[in-house]
Design a protein around this ligand. Structure first.
Ligand SMILES: [Zn+2]
Length: 295
């Protein structure tokens, strides 16, 4: 099985939680990451989330390989009568990259695979173009949940270039990790063995009275939806699923667009899912955006 496509060859903007071996942004806050791979080595893929097994796994459908949605059991759950199954059938776009989290001492030095929300793709591409690669500095991913909706933004640290070649032998294989995630969902034997491994690891850590080894993953993943329900007299408010960026309606006027900085304009292009023209000329960026939005 081969999951996903090289991120730089992936054209569509996806929406925007891993499993045992892939790390993710499980809680609100800032995560400072040092990306260890150039963007053309990232993997873009669609992900399903199983409420039943509290895990996410890659979608099998792969246009490049000629595999249709009919062949992905996750996608096939769309025809189920069960609401949880229908949710599982819906995919979220993700990007996979080897990185080190540098703002958390428990992670220090560990190379992990991190999944980045697809909604940050345009921001990453923008930084990649401006910095001529991603090795010049660390980047900060900020996760915020408000009214049951989760959003992500990207910020940058001061430049501190590194030589990516230093990490070449520490990088983890994307497809191997995605295959493991897939097997955890769909192969009961693999799942049982992994659950056993996690229970033993947890016991070992507890008896050794050690801080949790976050670099090893192994926690049950929280779902990207139905996080918190407010209970009042038996009535529950269930938050909406994680937003798909395309759903966010942003209203702007022509005059406000003309007053925006190139950076603000690029953000709007990204939010609207449009490709920004390759220029820093404010007027050109503004006028093209107005024409795209008016068409
Ligand atoms: Zn699928």
């Amino acid at each position: 099985m081969k999951f996903g496509v090289k991120a730089d060859q992936d054209k569509d903007t996806g929406q925007g939680g891993g499993e045992q071996f892939i790390r993710y942004f499980g809680e609100d806050g800032a995560y400072t990451l040092r990306f260890l791979q150039p963007f053309n080595e990232w993997t873009a893929y669609w992900e399903h989330f199983s409420m039943k097994f509290r895990c996410s796994y890659p979608c099998l459908a792969n246009e490049e390989e000629g595999i249709s949605k009919d062949e992905c059991p996750g996608c096939q759950l769309a025809t189920s009568d069960d609401e949880g199954d229908q949710r599982e059938a819906r995919g979220n776009k993700k990007l996979l990259v080897n990185a080190i989290r540098t703002d958390d001492e428990r992670s220090a030095g560990y190379v992990d695979l991190w999944k980045i929300p697809g909604s940050l793709r345009e921001d990453i591409l923008f930084n990649n173009a401006r910095d001529k690669g991603l090795s010049k500095r660390e980047y900060i991913i900020i996760r915020r949940e408000k009214n049951g909706r989760t959003s992500y933004s990207l910020d940058k640290e001061d430049p501190m270039p590194i030589d990516l070649a230093m990490y070449a032998d520490k990088l983890r294989d994307h497809n191997e990790a995605l295959t493991k995630a897939w097997e955890y969902r769909w192969n009961p034997e693999v799942r049982e063995a992994e659950q056993k491994r996690r229970a033993q690891a947890k016991e070992a850590h507890e008896s050794a009275d050690k801080a949790p080894q976050v670099h090893d993953g192994g926690d049950t993943e929280p779902p990207p939806f139905e996080k918190k329900a407010t209970k009042k007299g038996g009535l529950s408010i269930v938050p909406e699923p994680e937003p798909e960026p395309e759903d966010e309606q942003i209203n702007v006027t022509v005059s406000s667009i003309r007053q925006m900085s190139p950076e603000q304009l690029r953000r709007l292009y990204a939010q609207g899912g449009f490709e920004a023209p390759d220029t820093d000329d404010q007027a050109e960026l503004a006028e093209k955006l107005i024409s795209v939005l008016s068409s």
